[in-house]
Design a protein around this ligand. Structure first.
Ligand code: TXA
Ligand code: MG
Length: 317
């Protein structure tokens, strides 16, 4: 495994590694991805073993632009509106798979739908172009861990299984992409993420429903009750810090604390808080506290996705 600064040369080598069937980890504007050639079942299989992930979880397929996306999935009215407004970006659209879609069945877990994303990060863009094919990539963490937002996190979680980690520094958004099922006329959010619900609602001109995680079969493992999990217990909406607790703070007014503390955003900026969330959880968890006290996060804009992750991480194991 090599960790390479993402120079042109390194990206060319990573593209060749993908074409040869190896795994490459790379930054996107949301989180790091664990990439494989999406058209190769064998390459995709290596992703599942690297993550220790159940086979039936379908992966996001990353493509360079809208045209490339349309060769793989069918864009309908609302999906088209969202793609036009938010691609490239932190949006994943679940679409009906095109009949001649060359993506391996394993990448879509045998479903008739496919999750597609056009990432905006220049390194992700350059890598997809260098590979010259769709790149299947889940978040580059062990299954059940919080997503990796730095190359060091990737190395710690899945380093043994990848050929190259392209280091592009910390990912700017820090939350996974927002997943929207756009297979029908009524799109629904399958996973809250780096693109806020109200931004999409403004474009669609109507409210966008959130799929219920609890309605029978989970449409998206992002909806699993406990999914983003540090080892320490999380105590949410904490106004004070108890003995033995670490503190995950937010905003300018912080309660007194003795042990480890990290402020997601001293100025109270939700985008900054999202960018820092997963690395802060990893860092506080590593200190081995009895629990992590989490200050309240406003439930607006990206706060909705941050609270979603915190709520899942707070569920008992
Ligand atoms: O920001 C992100 O989304 C990152 C970067 C690397 O793109 N990727 C990511 O992938 O978070 P992953 O595999 O950890 O999460 C993909 C989500 C899962 O919740 C999965 O169930 C859902 O997308 N998904 C994928 N294909 C689907 C499909 N055909 N139908 C419904 N949900 C699907
Ligand atoms: Mg993930």
């Amino acid at each position: 495994m090599r960790v390479l600064k993402a120079t042109q040369q390194a990206i060319a080598a990573a593209g060749a590694a993908l074409r040869s069937g190896a795994l490459v980890a790379f930054p996107t504007e949301t989180v790091y991805g664990l990439g494989a050639d999406a058209t190769s079942g064998r390459a995709v299989a290596a992703i599942y073993s690297a993550k220790g992930r159940p086979r039936f979880n379908p992966l996001i397929v990353h493509v360079r632009d809208l045209d490339a996306a349309q060769r793989l999935g069918r864009l309908t009215g609302s999906g088209r509106q969202l793609a036009a407004a938010f691609w490239p970006g932190a949006l994943t659209l679940v679409l009906a798979k095109e009949p001649r879609c060359p993506v391996a069945e394993l990448a879509t877990a045998g479903l008739s739908t496919i999750a597609l994303r056009v990432p905006a990060h220049p390194i992700a863009q350059a890598l997809i172009r260098a590979a010259d094919r769709p790149v299947a990539a889940p978040s580059a963490n062990r299954s059940g861990h919080v997503s990796a937002t730095t190359a060091a996190h990737v190395e710690a979680d899945v380093g043994a299984s990848v050929a190259i980690i392209l280091d592009g520094g910390p990912t700017p958004i820090g939350l996974e992409s927002t997943v929207v099922d756009a297979t029908s006329a009524e799109p629904v959010i399958l996973r809250l993420g780096g693109l806020a619900r109200d931004d999409m609602e403004r474009v669609l001109g109507r409210p966008l429903a959130l799929a219920r995680g609890a309605t029978g079969k989970p449409a998206s493992p992002g909806m699993l009750a406990r999914h983003y999990a540090p080892a320490a217990r999380l105590r949410l909406d904490a106004g004070e810090v108890h003995a033995g607790e670490a503190l995950l703070a937010f905003g300018p007014t912080v309660p007194k604390h003795a042990a480890a503390a990290i402020n997601l955003s001293p100025s109270g900026d939700l985008a900054e808080a999202a960018a820092n969330l997963f690395s802060a959880l990893r860092e506080l968890d590593a200190a081995g506290p009895e629990a992590i006290a989490v200050m309240p996060i406003p439930h607006v804009g990206l706060g909705e996705a941050i609270n979603d992750r915190l709520k899942r991480a707070a569920r008992p194991q």
